[in-house]
Design a binder for this molecule. Structure first.
Ligand SMILES: *Cc1c(COP(=O)(O)O)cnc(C)c1O
Length: 401
């Protein structure tokens, strides 16, 4: 099995990211784990097959490749163990299925990843789990929504379109007092900038597809937990037959090795661009928790050690055609979903349909920027040229999204 740095000393997270997940035994001389393509695992004898002592019994039940990645992610998230799934969305599904059952009630933050919301609304509802969506800034007020059968809270902080930060310790305190578990989608910050499990969460979910893989070339999800939550998680993950291809697991581990340097640069460039955007006449607000003007800045300062490269920008009212022209004109920001790779991306934020607890009615058009690893000066020049195409118009009438 993979071990963390293993010398019994506390190390900085940079050091952990480089050394964690190294395999011992026969693999010890190699820096990287083998990419094991396996279904069948062979036994030496019937006795060995029955002994239950073998670490590896079947491809879907773990390989050296999955052990190395799971161990490294566990160190990143501060967890006892981690399961790996074929995508971030399947990680959300397995995390929730591990902790709810028919007849239960689930509380879901209104700003979670849209398809994650669909898991609750479509799949879990079909299996008799009722979901209530709540205002992401509810904090300890979540107590008013707890029912006798509330068994879990699922949240994402900050939300990856609207960037509200949750008061996780307050929510976890209420949830635990009522016997409910808390699952947090930690994709925006990753364990590098935010440790949900240390702040009271029971499960921490990553779309490793984003910053962990970091190069826009693989889909991988992870869920990390400890104790009883981990036992439930592992059982459900195994029962559902979740498995991830070895090449993609390898890419995730390879990406993880440079997570610290990449995230620091994403943060530095994003902060610079966020401040520049705030100074622009075309911009109404920048949705980025590391800005002191963000309504959740104090919470972010308290619970996060940094900010990644994804932000929203609310523009002053401008014609839809001119906003599309701005987006189309950019040379360095490509139009595309996902984020967390080395390249800058832009998408129009169109999420009003995916809110139910508190409506999303921004004062103007909204775009989402993923600030990549290009020079921030070049990115600013790109945006500046695009802004010249904006054609101001009347504000939207109240009630129109
Ligand atoms: C992208 C994303 C997911 C889903 O990840 P996939 O690997 O694309 O399935 C989950 N949560 C958040 C916050 C995301 O941004």
């Amino acid at each position: 099995m993979a071990e963390s740095v293993g010398d019994g000393k506390a190390h900085s997270i940079d050091t952990e990211l480089v050394h964690s997940g190294r395999l011992g035994g026969d693999h010890a001389p190699f820096v990287n784990p083998p990419v094991v393509h396996a279904s069948t695992v062979l036994f030496e004898s019937v006795e060995q097959l029955h002994s239950k002592k073998a670490r590896y019994v079947y491809g879907r039940r773990g390989t050296p490749t999955s052990d190395a990645l799971a161990s490294a992610i566990s160190d990143l998230e501060g967890a006892e163990g981690t399961v790996i799934t074929p995508s971030g969305l399947s990680a959300i599904a397995v995390a929730l299925m591990a902790i709810v059952k028919a007849g239960d009630h689930l509380l879901v933050a209104d700003n979670v990843y849209g398809p994650g919301r669909d898991i609750c609304d479509r799949v879990l509802r079909r299996f008799g789990v009722d979901s209530t969506f709540y205002d992401p800034r509810i904090g300890a007020g979540i107590e008013a929504l707890i029912r006798p059968n509330t068994s879990a809270v699922y949240l994402e902080s900050p939300g990856s379109h609207t960037f509200e930060v949750a008061d996780l310790p307050a929510i976890a305190e209420v949830a635990h007092r009522h016997g409910a578990l808390v699952a947090v989608d930690n994709t925006w910050a990753t364990g590098f900038f935010h440790k949900p499990l240390a702040l009271g969460a029971d499960l921490s979910i990553l779309a490793a597809t984003k910053y962990v893989v970091g190069h826009s070339d693989a889909l991988v999800g992870t869920v990390s937990a400890s104790g009883e939550a981990l036992r439930k998680l592992r059982a459900t993950h195994g029962d559902l037959g979740m498995w991830t291809g070895p090449d993609d697991m390898y890419l995730a581990l390879r990406g993880l090795r440079t997570l610290a340097v990449r995230l620091r640069q994403h943060q530095e460039s994003a902060l610079r661009i966020a401040r520049w955007l705030e100074s622009r006449a075309e911009v109404s607000r920048v949705l980025y928790p590391a800005l002191p003007t963000h309504p959740d800045y104090a919470l972010w300062r308290r619970d996060f050690t940094g900010a990644s490269g994804l932000m929203g920008v609310v523009l002053h009212p401008a014609t839809p055609e001119s906003v599309a022209a701005l987006i189309d004109s950019l040379r360095l920001f490509a139009i595309g979903f996902s984020w967390g790779g080395f390249e800058s991306l832009i998408v129009p934020t169109e999420i009003a349909h995916a809110r139910s607890a508190n409506p999303w009615q921004p004062e103007g058009p909204v775009i989402r920027l993923q600030i990549g690893l290009e020079s921030p000066d070049d990115l600013i020049a790109d945006l500046l040229a695009g802004f010249e195409l904006l054609v101001p118009c009347e504000p939207p009438r109240a009630g129109i999204k």
